[in-house]
Write a protein that binds this ligand. Structure first.
Ligand SMILES: [Zn+2]
Length: 178
């Protein structure tokens, strides 16, 4: 990646005129998977696979595509986490569309991803979670953290399968994944 070109592209679309201030204006809003690896980053790097879109919160400017390596250069841990979670979501969506058997393991999930699902409203309140989606999220986090998967009961497994079904529907409709 070409850091000077990245700085030019970002500062050029920002309200602030200094890099250190300009990076504070941006949010990650979406990602697209390019099978053909034909993406060219705003810094000029070719062969991008994960094409992120970032939007300036102060003037509405949009930069696309930008690679995760360049977003990481912003030096903002919140953006780094968002990029990681969206990459995992892309992987999960690919697996769903490929009709893979999805399990609640680190191959498909992370704690951050499960929490993000809750933040995005993937667990609507209903009769099974007592009207509070946090219960579903908390349950999945506990099951995900269990080292001894054999200790998961049949009833818990049924609940996991049901929630994974809800998550699949949500991920396929997630507008952040383009
Ligand atoms: Zn780049």
């Amino acid at each position: 990646m070409n850091f000077a070109a990245l700085q030019d592209a970002v500062v050029g679309e920002s309200v602030a005129t200094r890099w250190a201030d300009a990076v504070m204006e941006w949010e990650v809003v979406g990602v697209e998977y390019d099978h053909a690896q034909g993406g060219v980053c705003v810094c000029g790097k070719t062969g991008l696979v994960d094409l992120f879109t970032i939007v300036n919160q102060r003037n509405g400017a949009l930069l696309f595509p930008i690679g995760s390596v360049c977003v990481n250069k912003f030096g903002r841990s919140d953006l780094d986490q968002e990029v990681d979670v969206l990459k995992r979501f892309l992987h999960l969506r690919e697996a769903i569309t490929a009709r893979e058997w999805i399990e609640l393991t680190s191959e498909y999930f992370s704690r951050a991803l499960i929490r993000d699902l809750y933040d995005q409203g993937a667990f609507p309140p209903n009769a099974w979670n007592g009207g509070d989606g946090w219960g579903d999220c908390d349950f999945l986090l506990k099951m995900f953290n269990k080292h001894d998967k054999e200790a998961i009961t049949a009833a818990q497994n049924r609940k996991i399968r049901a929630l994974l079904g809800t998550i699949k529907t949500f991920v396929l409709a997630d507008e952040r994944l383009m």
